[in-house]
Design a protein around this ligand. Sequence first.
Ligand code: NDP
Length: 284
Amino acid sequence: MTARLIDGTAAAKKHRAELAVQIAAHKITPGLAVVLVGEDPASQVYVRNKSKAAEEVGMKSWTYVLPTTTTQQQLLNKVAELNNDPTVHGVLVQLPLPKQIDQQAVIAAINPAKDVDGFHPINIGRLSSGLPSLVPCTPQGCMILLREALGDLAGRKAIVLGRSNIVGKPLAQLLLQADCTVTMAHSKTRNLADECRAADIVVAAIGNPEFVRGDWIKTGATVIDVGINRIADMENAGKSRLVGDVCFAEVSQHAFAITPVPGGVGPMTIACLLKNTLQAALAH
Ligand code: NDP
C-alpha cells in the first residue's frame, strides 16, 4: 500500500486565500505583532515567514527584534505596550526565550484576547472546558488536515505521541472534542509500538527524527507528522535536510494517508496563526 499524501502546502494556500476574502469582506485590517528575543536562526526564519504571510492576506504586521540580553521586565514592558495598542489584535512572542526570561510569566502577561498562539492559561483552560478560545495553531492545523483527509473523526482511536503544552496536550483536547478515543503517549509510555498499532490516527510530535517505524502503523491508519528535525544529508556531503518524527518511506507503505515533512503540518501552523489573528480582530 502506498499512502495518500496529505498536502499541507496546498491546504494552507486554500485557507489563506479564504482568509484574504474574509478580511476584505469585513473591511478591517487585523494587526499582528511578533516579538523575537535573540538571534536564533530558526526563530528568525519563522518570524519572517509569519510576518510575510500576514501581509499577503491583508493584515498589518510588526516585528520587534530585541537583543539576547533583554531582561524579563523589558520584555514584559513590550508585551504591555502591545496589549494597550488598539491597532494590534494579535501578540505573539516567539519561543523559546533566552534562559534569563521566565517563559510562563511572559505568556501569562499577554492579553488572552490577543493571545494568537493560544498558549495563555485562560485559553488553555477554555479549550479544556470546551469553551470558545484562541486554539494553539499547530494542533488546530493538524485537526484541519485530519478532517480534510477523513471527514468525521467520531469514534476513531487516536494516539498522540508527545505531551507538550504547545502541541501534544492541546491536540489531545481537540481530538477528544471531535469524539475520538484518545491515548496520550510520552517518553515513559510502555510498548509504544503496540499502542500505535491499535490506533486509526497516529500523530507524532516528539522531536525525534524518523522515530515512528512502518510496522508500528495499522494498515489503513492516518499519520500526521508534526516533527521538524534537521539531520545530515547522506547523499549530499556537508548538507542537511529536514525530516519528521515518522520514517516516511516505511510508514507510507502501511498508512492510508500521511503528511510529508516539509510541506505537511508546518504551513498549516502559519495559516492557523492568521486565522486566530482574524478571530481576535473580529472579537475586538
Ligand atoms: P517538546 O520537546 O516540548 O516535547 C516533546 C514530547 O515528546 C515530550 O512530551 C516527550 O515526553 C515526548 N517524547 C520525547 N521522546 C519520546 C519518545 N522516545 N517516545 C515517546 N515520547 C517521546 O516538543 P514540541 O511539542 O515542542 O515539538 C515536538 C516536535 O514538533 C519537534 O520536532 C518540533 O520541532 C515540532 N514542531 C513543529 C511545529 C510545526 O509547525 N510543524 C510546531 C511546533 C513543534 P516527556 O514529556 O515524557 O519528556
